[in-house]
Design a binder for this molecule. Sequence first.
Ligand code: NAD
Length: 471
Amino acid sequence: MIASLRRENPARFSEIVGTVPVSSPDAVDEVVRWADAEQRAWAARPLTDRLAALTRAAAAIEDAIEELAPLLARESGKVVGDCRGELGFAVRYLRWVVQHAPEVYGDRELDDDLGRLVERRRPFGVVAAVTPWNAPVILAMLKIAPALAAGNAIVVKPSPLAPLTVDRVIALFDAPIHAVHGGAETGAALVGHELVRKVAFTGGTAGGRAVAALAGDRLTPTVMELGGNDPAVLLDDASFDDDAMDRLVMASFATSGQVCMAAKRLYVPQSRLAAFVDAYTRAADRVLTTGDPLAPGVTMGPVISAAAQRAAQALTPPGAIPLGRFEADPATGYFVRPTLVAAPDPDAPLVIEEQFAPVVPVLGYPDEKTVLTWANAGELGLGASVWSADEEQAFAFARRFEAGFTFVNTHNRTGMSLRAPFGGVKRSGWGREYAHEGLTEYVQTCVIHAPAAFRPGTATPPGGPSAYPTG
Ligand code: NAD
């Protein structure tokens, strides 16, 4: 009998939103072999044909947004407006890839007095994508779109905590793409499969370590997008006006703080700490309402699971400041009261580890040197932000962050750019998504070279044909 995975609604856990079949290792093997067989024909099609298939998929997803957004909200607990935004962003990204693929994936030719050289961008074969639940559609799409455009087949293993909408999106493609479902065991069967030639992983440190080890054992190259503990540093002249504070609050609490690059720890000048707490709590009163993700006016839903709810509650110290309006019942859904924790110990776990929860610390700092040391401490280096009325000063400060992506006067969702590569430094991962760098992750460069000395009709020069040593 095939086991199935039942996904409950985190806002109302008595409601089962849907089920998917769990893929056994044998089922994963069958899917990967099937994808491998399809890949050859797909890669042999002209790039324009493949891109036309992706354009049709973009239109089909766009047409389904109104139906898929509530499904995504019910399985993930994200507010329905954000789900609509995520699906729309996935469509925009797919179209961006269609637009830019020809310049990245085309052959490059040189024919000059050193010889004739062709650089070809070849697909890897079967790509395995292992993805998390917190933005399940876009984080899968960042792998699906370039992998398929480049001529790969792709097998996606979504998180068991949000498999339903991704499954539906995958079914809208007329291309070699398949889903397998389950947890770590299914992921391991996929990543370790002998016919998988590239692995793209997004998730946390522990899962990333396991996946990288499995891939390393087979010498399969990987793209790793891992966790973050983003600092937001407000400089002396940073504005606490309503707009800035509203943006900062939602940068921490969208998706209940469960975003890789949420503003996870806030640093303000010590002398302005009290004024900041006042401005921030007033902003939360304006923009933060916790409740059912499908209800109008709600801006924050539940966390993803009972374990996440317990972890968030354990992280919340006595004296934490409750934020915004709370119209939810933690006994029937995985709701957590969002809080601000003022002036905790700079070394507290809430500050130095990724909390992935709606509990946010704010610390007063004595001077810029100290805050930079605090901000750069730790193993993670995904995102960061600096806030200042002086853009030059902000950029100068930002250059000193150890982070893959630094925002100025915003953080996270209001600051992403398709034209800029995204990915972490230190132990936040390697490889890039978005922009041209994100496209090049899915091809390998192969070269055909006729050195000038050996081209038909050319005499070999005295002293040997090549100045380059071989190795
Ligand atoms: P996770 O690591 O628990 O799971 C991610 C995926 O890996 C899931 O599909 C899971 O089933 C699979 N997986 C887990 N262990 C595995 C194993 N041993 N072998 C094979 N597969 C395995 O992460 P999550 O809880 O779903 O997501 C939250 C984490 O992801 C946070 O740390 C967050 O910061 C990070 N994240 C990073 C980015 C980014 O772009 N850098 C984006 C979103 C989330």
